[in-house]
Design a protein around this ligand. Sequence first.
Ligand code: SAM
Length: 246
Amino acid sequence: MQRIAIAPSQLQQGQILLTPQQQHYLGRVLRLRTGDRFIAMDGMGQWWLAQLEGDNAQVLEPMVVQTELRATITLILALPKGNTFDDVVRCCTELGVAIIAPVMSERTLLKPSPQKLERWQRIAQEAAEQSERSFVPTILEPVSFSTALSSANDQQYICVARGNSPHLRDCLQDIGQITNDNGQRTIVIAVGPEGGWTQKEVECATDAGFQTVSLGRRILRAVTAPIVALSIVVAELESEKFGNYK
Ligand code: SAM
């Protein structure tokens, strides 16, 4: 069934007040007619089965979706070159990330243009729809790396390409104890730019409570590393070995 993202404010008294763009998309692009059904998602975890009624839609019933992870995963990502961040946003959304925090690090080459954030949000929305997620990840405004550091989270890791850091998989704590508490637990992972983090940045992160981790013995590209890191966390969170997953 076709899905569209709506803003929570569009839902009023059992009706979805469609924007002209949504009317065009449903009517002209998807060729739905009055009486046809589709899924409306508010990007905050709620889905509804809806029926097109002229220019608006009638909510038929709320839907239960179970495509979200048991923990909130935040990726702090130093911005890589060119448009490669688009792919990172798309893949990490498919994998289940909740928040992407793009950061300018000491070795970041480019400062993104203001249109980039809008573009990434659109990519995240499309990827969330495609992968049947009930939640569209939040893409934060790019800030400096030091501004993005916070010590308020349960588990925080900074990926460092060289040295003797333990493997991320061996560091994830209490994954089995994370019950389905609506993503209350937060896991934060920071990945550096092409040139890597500076020593000072790694020290700032460890001072803020981040643990340095390895993603294996090979040096991964800045666009590959977040996908690998996220895959490791997701595989652990969804492992059958933890009976509480289902
Ligand atoms: N130029 C850097 C160097 O030679 O050390 C490599 C940077 S790597 C291309 C970009 C980022 O990906 C790193 O800052 C790190 O966060 C992450 N990364 C890549 N490979 C990694 C690995 N094997 N373990 C942990 N992090 C890795």
